[in-house]
Design a protein around this ligand. Sequence first.
Ligand code: F0G
Length: 458
Amino acid sequence: MTVQYLPEMFRIKSVERIRLIPREAREAALKEAGYNLFLMNAEDVFIDLLTDSGTGAMSAEQWAAIMRGDESYAGARSFLRLKAAVEDIFGFKHFMPTHQGRAAENILAACLVKPGQYVPSNMHFDTTDANIRARGGRPTNLVIDEASDPSNPHPFKGNMDVAKLKAFLAERRGQIPFGMMTVTNNAGGGQPVSMENLKAVSAAYREAGVPFFIDAARYAENAFFIKQREAGYADKSVKEIAREMFSLADGMTMSAKKDAIVNIGGLLCLNDDALFQNLKNELILREGFPTYGGLAGRDLEAISVGLYEGLDEEYLAYRLGQTAYLTAKLNEIGVQTIQPAGGHGVYVNAGAMLPHIPPQEFPAQALCVELYREGGVRGVEIGSVMFAHPDPETGEMRYPALELLRLAIPRRVYTQSHLDYIVKTFAAVQVRAAGVKGYKFAYAPELLRHFTARFEPL
Ligand code: F0G
């Protein structure tokens, strides 16, 4: 299958130099970083696919908006502009800016989660998971079974298993402060959630009297997938689809660093008046006054513009076309990835590429190291380093279903030839895959260990 690469829907006005440092220097950089690519100097990376978060290229319109930033402490014009955009797109009654997505999650968890309580979702992202755990809560993932089969081409693999959710809501009645849904499902391959599923999940939460929050980090990409794949939505605009998605929820947390194409920022929206008051007090304590929430006025301006650019359908077609292209090219050379292509990244099945390395020796981490060693490409592990946790009841280690390496594509940053280079790098690693060894921890903190862990090769 040949996937056509849609031309970039922009031209380049400002460039940034990147370098491929020599092989010996890459080797030294790996050692220095304890084989954790989070601990490297970004200048030593040639193509950086660590994350699509805060790494997008802002547009000329966004840079122009930056200059209009009103830095007043309270009631800034920039806040009102953002408020108008947020109300127009998401339609919730209340909103507050936060410095990024996890700050919104922290504030929500701080106000709502009590020790021993459960927060269900299709799949929590790691920061959401950790913010719930940090309050003594138990994040619970109820994604459909198809999500753990990488080759299953289900068009909405981010969907919640509604039967499991209903059973869970009944079983844990009175122990669930709120429920969530991550769109798209980052931890499960950037896979979308259908409108039909959102409707069923919303109905189940409402019936159980559980407030429903959407983790909206990549809501625009999700809405575009609904337009492409779900019956009845082809003629609706992505903005209309997004509005319908949020009409099903009671609130949302959002990292604006993804679909609002900014380098920093987040949002917390909701309808409940009393909860809004509580959250606002927590915001003031942790982030800042409610009209800036830990951001500069200029950041609020950049988000206002970026929110609309992230909904532009020509941009979205190119954007989702990039991940489809890279997925198809990797599959052509025999590299297995999650099917179908996700929204913001390509999720390589590292377990399949390095089948001789067991989960407790971190095969996806090993593949990350090899990609950098081979071609200066930085991906991120989404496997046992990130998600293995001891069971709170038995203490036994629980490993995730898949050992993945994510190649997250920054928005409007890399071109087709960069993607082709990545494919060549994989081809070179493939040749010597059988000889690649696993890793063990030299240091690992309890929560969010992938960020600061250090490794030793086995
Ligand atoms: N929710 C989802 C689905 C995310 O992907 C992220 C961040 C967050 C919440 C937290 O937002 O970083 O602004 O605090 N994901 C990044 C990533 C870090 O690489 O996928 P944040």
